[in-house]
Design a protein around this ligand. Structure first.
Ligand code: PMP
Ligand code: GLN
Length: 380
């Protein structure tokens, strides 16, 4: 058995969701909405199954979806992507991440990771034989600094893997942060593997800025997206990768032996969904912003210290003011004694550098959020 897998724990999302199932807790841990998602998009997937979208689609994705992805990013992010050579469909962003890291990182290459990092990154870097170099971001602002980047990048740096908006912190890197990062990538000839699955879930008038669109980054970026997040249908696992043709050709080689294709009915429905009008996407994000505001206000009324959420389905609380210094123990008590599942953010740090932040998912119906708040009453 490969010790890399034999020795790593089960992902925190599965652990907390399992505890929530076993105890009947309200699950505000793993990030998924509890409403059914846009009906017309779901109907499109059902119709596609009944109308012949059931055999292997082409390896790179249905042409209708690749075209829709390029058009969507042109409209929303000003990118000029060639659907035929620069866009590929994967089975979720998870496959895209695995493929990008396995295809681009060689044994001994250094890979810069920002922690807190999404939990898939580090095991994949290790699987590829890469050497992780961490940039540790600290609450409450989780800002990048030039000093930290200078310590992490070296002539051996092959890639930097990060996500923006950032899960779990719910922060968004500023234009200056991204420019700084792009500057390091150019100087050290590194590829930015940019996980942008939360690109549509940005609040308070913010616009998502893709790294691939920054000066000098077009030929050294892998942009990763997920229809699961865009349409609040997290189980669909339809991901997208965009990259310049020389990189894409290599990514396609990894994809052909990871999954090869993605269910065509879901691809067809996602193509339909991506072409919907601005009001649709603004509506989804508006609904999430209202849930964020409701849950933030509820937690603050109960006396919790909320770290503002700028994007994603998540918000965090600082548990240090409660005299708590162990987020894992706190979350365990929360689920076992109070019936609410949350995620300890130390799980996203390689060496537990931060242990006072706890993540909640607010992408829930009002009644779910209110029931959660009721159970959290009296803790502070
Ligand atoms: N990256 C990040 C930052 C995520 O938050 C998630 C899941 N929410 C993924 C990747 C995985 O996306 P998918 O379900 O499309 O594989
Ligand atoms: N991305 C989701 C989250 O952050 C979970 C995805 C998963 O369970 N692997 O909660």
């Amino acid at each position: 058995m490969n010790p890399l897998f034999a020795n790593i724990p089960t992902t925190i999302f599965e652990v907390m969701s399992g505890l929530a199932r076993d105890t009947g807790a309200i699950n505000l841990g793993q990030g998924f909405p509890d409403d059914p998602g846009p009906e017309d998009v779901r109907r499109k997937a059902a119709d596609a199954v009944l109308n012949g979208y059931n055999q292997y689609p082409s390896m790179m994705g249905l042409p209708e979806l690749r075209g829709a992805i390029a058009a969507h990013y042109a409209h929303w992010q000003g990118l000029d992507l060639d659907a035929g050579t620069e866009v590929m469909v994967t089975s979720g962003a998870t496959e895209a991440l695995a493929g990008a890291i396995l295809a681009l990182v060689e044994p001994g290459d250094e890979v810069v990771l920002f922690e807190p990092m999404y939990d898939a990154y580090l095991p994949l870097v290790r699987l590829a034989g890469g050497i992780p170099r961490f940039v540790t971001l600290q609450p409450p602002h989780f800002r990048l600094t030039e000093e930290a980047l200078a310590k992490a990048f070296s002539p051996k740096t092959k890639a930097v893997v990060f996500n923006n908006p950032l899960n779990p912190t719910a922060t968004i890197f500023s234009a200056e942060d991204l420019a700084l990062l792009a500057d390091f990538c150019r100087r050290f000839d590194a590829i930015a593997i940019s996980d942008e699955v939360w690109e549509h879930v940005v609040f308070d008038g913010r616009r998502h800025q893709p790294v691939l669109g920054l000066e000098g980054m077009r030929d050294r970026s892998v942009k990763i997206g997920s229809a699961g997040k865009i349409f609040n249908l997290t189980g669909w696992k339809v991901g997208f990768v965009c990259a310049a043709p020389p990189i894409m050709r290599v990514l396609a080689k990894a994809h052909q032996f990871l999954t090869f294709t993605t269910p065509p009915n879901l691809q067809s429905a996602v193509a339909y969904g991506l072409a919907k009008d601005d009001a649709f996407f603004e509506g989804l994000r508006g609904d999430l912003a209202r849930s964020r505001d409701r849950f933030t206000a509820g937690l603050e009324t109960l006396g919790f210290d909320v770290i503002p959420s700028q994007g994603t389905y998540f918000l965090n609380i600082d548990i240090a003011p409660l005299g708590e210094s162990d987020d894992v123990a706190f979350c365990r008590r929360l689920v076992m004694e109070h019936g609410v599942a949350a995620i300890p953010v130390s799980a996203f740090y390689a060496n537990g550098a931060v242990k006072n932040v706890v993540r909640f998912c607010f992408a829930k119906k009002d009644e779910t959020l209110d029931a959660g708040l009721e159970r959290l009453a009296g803790i502070v």
